[in-house]
Ligand binder design. Structure first.
Ligand SMILES: [Fe+2]
Ligand SMILES: [Fe+2]
Length: 372
């Protein structure tokens, strides 16, 4: 759609016009009978053509035009501004139509250019489309109280842009939190499923695992480790013996001495557990703690014979908690020992089986008596 007959002389346009893809609005349609430019007449002409186009099946329409031929009129600039806001209000707000407005800065006053810019929510500047921060919606022009209105709109815009920014930040943060929670729920679900599997296989492990997990978290708190570490060590301790689900019950709970073959079989449980857990990317650290919870500080443990700080911190902590809980509870193959005896035994192993510094921290957990 175009507003001047000049377009008719451009090659190829008549063909488009014949096909109905282009409609040219002659300038006479933009005037009253007295020869005065009438924004309302031009808007009505455009609306009629838009309705026709929609009836013909067109779904996306664009309008462009050259209005500089009107600037000879004394009132032309204010009429053009009126035409622009009426176009916004009556046409763009109601129909699937966009406009490309061209204004020659050499032919219009600065005030005119400013008013026109203010009437357009989107501007094209240096080949990029921008949201127009100077946009003022039509009502300001309607009531002819532009200065007052401009100030109000500017203030509103500042609020709106600030709001948008904080709103986006809030949405972003809440989405991140949702994802984190979902992730945590999935992880704890997987841990719960593993634990259930082991409990079904060997009911003794249920209490053992929860005791070890509780002690391990207390150790992490005492060591002032981050919350993330506390969550991971809780998971790791809960399922540190998950690999035992692959060891026959009869072997796990055999009342007498284990044969060498049986002992070798049991020694595989940290490997089985780690192999299952490392399938879940989020549980890699947990898998490593599970793999190494039977390593010894002096390097004589299993499965890899790691020593000292080669053993992950999580595994060194779990080793202490695991041994203490195993010693202080009855098993089919031996009786429980007292808290004091267990502490003495652990102390005697500081530097051999256990990390000596962590052993001190572990003992300190019981400064007011047994922790569980
Ligand atoms: Fe174990
Ligand atoms: Fe254990």
């Amino acid at each position: 759609m175009a507003t001047t007959e000049v377009l008719q002389h451009i090659p190829g346009l008549s063909e488009l016009e014949e096909q109905g893809d282009l409609v040219i609005v002659g300038h006479t349609e933009a005037y009253t009978q007295d020869g005065v430019f009438s924004p309302d007449s031009l808007i009505e002409s455009i609306k009629e053509r838009v309705e026709d186009a929609l009836r013909d099946g067109y779904r996306f329409l664009a309008i462009t035009g050259e209005l500089s031929w009107m600037v000879d009129y004394g009132d032309a600039e204010s009429l053009i501004a009126e035409y622009e806001w009426k176009l916004n209000e009556s046409v763009f707000n109601n129909y699937p139509i966009s406009a490309l407005c061209r204004y020659n800065i050499n032919r219009f006053s600065d005030e005119m250019i400013r008013s026109i810019i203010q009437l357009h929510p989107i501007i094209l500047w240096k080949h990029k489309i921008h949201e127009n921060p100077y946009y003022i919606p039509p009502p300001g022009y309607k009531t002819d109280s532009l200065t007052k209105y401009q100030v109000k709109v500017c203030l509103d815009n500042i609020d709106r842009f600030t709001d948008n920014q904080s709103r986006f930040e809030a949405i972003f943060q809440s989405k991140q939190e949702e994802i984190r929670q979902l992730h945590e729920e999935m992880t704890s679900g997987i841990i719960g499923a593993f634990l259930k599997l082991l409990e079904t296989h060997d009911p003794y492990t249920k209490d053992h695992c929860t005791h070890v997990a509780s002690l391990a978290v207390k150790m992490a708190e005492k060591l002032k480790l981050p919350d993330e570490f506390k969550t991971r060590i809780y998971y790791a301790a809960l399922i540190h013996d998950i690999g035992k689900a692959l060891i026959p019950k009869e072997t796990l709970n055999k009342p007498g001495r284990l044969t060498t073959a049986e002992y070798e079989q049991i020694k595989l449980h940290p490997i089985y557990g780690a192999q299952a857990l490392c399938q879940v990317k989020a549980l890699e650290e947990v898998a490593m703690a599970v793999r190494h919870h039977h390593e010894r500080f002096d390097g004589k443990g299993y499965p890899d014979g790691l020593s000292g700080t080669e053993i992950p911190l999580m595994a060194r902590i779990i080793a202490l908690c695991d041994t203490y809980d195993a010693m202080t509870n009855d098993r089919p193959y031996r009786k429980a020992i007292s808290h004091g005896e267990a502490i003495d035994e652990i102390l005697s192993q500081a530097g051999d089986q256990f990390d000596p510094k962590l052993t001190q921290t572990f003992i300190a957990l019981f400064s007011n008596g047994p922790a569980l």
